[in-house]
Design a protein around this ligand. Structure first.
Ligand SMILES: C[S@@+](CC[C@H](N)C(=O)[O-])C[C@H]1O[C@@H](n2cnc3c(N)ncnc32)[C@H](O)[C@@H]1O
Length: 243
């Protein structure tokens, strides 16, 4: 399978739209303050905020696609896998994964929350699947990551990108991680990219008996919200023996 390009034909919205909107408002207020007070100091604050905003918009509109294209490429998929994307939103990662498949299926599950991604809906993900030419191998399900509507051991690969941190409460996030492990087949792989709580995911995976657990930075292009929200990738493999 040749490398899947991070260039997209679909439209994938902006992650957590209130965050960049807030940054833009604060930057404008700082600029107004600088003009009204004839004081250059608020300009420094505005420049800092605009830099973070630029990094955020780059990550959401381009960087995450570049990083996930590399991650998926490194998996060397055969093409017949069943892949689950937990919190797939408009399909940014789900549809790239689907482009690696021939006879396999890429399954997305989501609650389609607009606060977590602009224009979020199953319909938006479906029309992106058509735009990317993968509608024949994509399934979309309404569902909560904390209670996945799938059988045990039914996926070869489970992914999640920038989604689990949206669950409020440590218990709910741990439940989403344990659900990912439940639906993964023995020997299957799990990849979670997220901006917060990744150390907790790592601990939960260890508690659940997963193998080869690694946590690393996902890359500068995926620098989602300044120094306090660096995206990290947690990977693990389910042991062949049932856990
Ligand atoms: C920031 S968006 C990321 C979407 C997609 N993974 C991407 O990278 O473009 C987070 C997604 O998680 C979904 N989400 C939040 N809580 C969820 C839950 N408990 N179960 C399923 N999906 C959830 C939201 O609806 C949203 O689509």
């Amino acid at each position: 399978m040749s490398r899947v390009s991070p260039r997209r034909r679909g439209s994938y919205g902006i992650d957590a739209p209130p965050a960049p909107a807030f940054m833009a408002v604060v930057a404008v207020l700082e600029l107004v303050l600088a003009i009204v007070d004839r004081n250059p100091r608020p300009l420094l604050a505005a420049a800092f905020i605009l830099t973070i905003l630029g990094a955020y918009l780059h990550a959401t509109l381009r960087g995450k696609f570049v990083v996930w294209a590399e991650i998926l490429d490194e998996l060397k998929l055969r093409g017949d896998e069943r892949i689950l994307d937990m919190g797939c939103g408009r399909g940014a990662v789900l549809l790239m994964a689907a482009q690696h498949l021939t006879t396999g299926r890429a399954v997305g599950v989501d609650l389609w929350r607009g606060v977590d991604q602009s224009g979020n809906s199953a319909e938006a993900a479906r029309s992106n699947a058509v735009a990317e030419g993968v509608a024949d191998r994509v399934e979309l399900h309404d569902g909560d990551m904390r209670a996945l509507p799938f059988e045990d051991n039914s996926f070869d690969l489970v992914l999640s990108s920038l989604a689990i941190h949206n669950i409020s409460g440590r218990t709910g996030r741990a439940k989403a991680v344990s659900e990912a492990v439940r639906v993964l087949r023995p020997g299957g792989r799990l990849l979670i990219a997220d901006v917060r709580a990744t150390r907790k995911y790592q601990e939960e995976l260890a508690r659940l008996g997963m193998n080869d657990i690694v946590r690393r930075r996902a890359g500068r292009q995926f620098w989602s919200g300044g120094p306090w929200a660096i995206t990290r990738l947690v990977t693990a493999t389910k042991p062949e023996r049932q856990i």
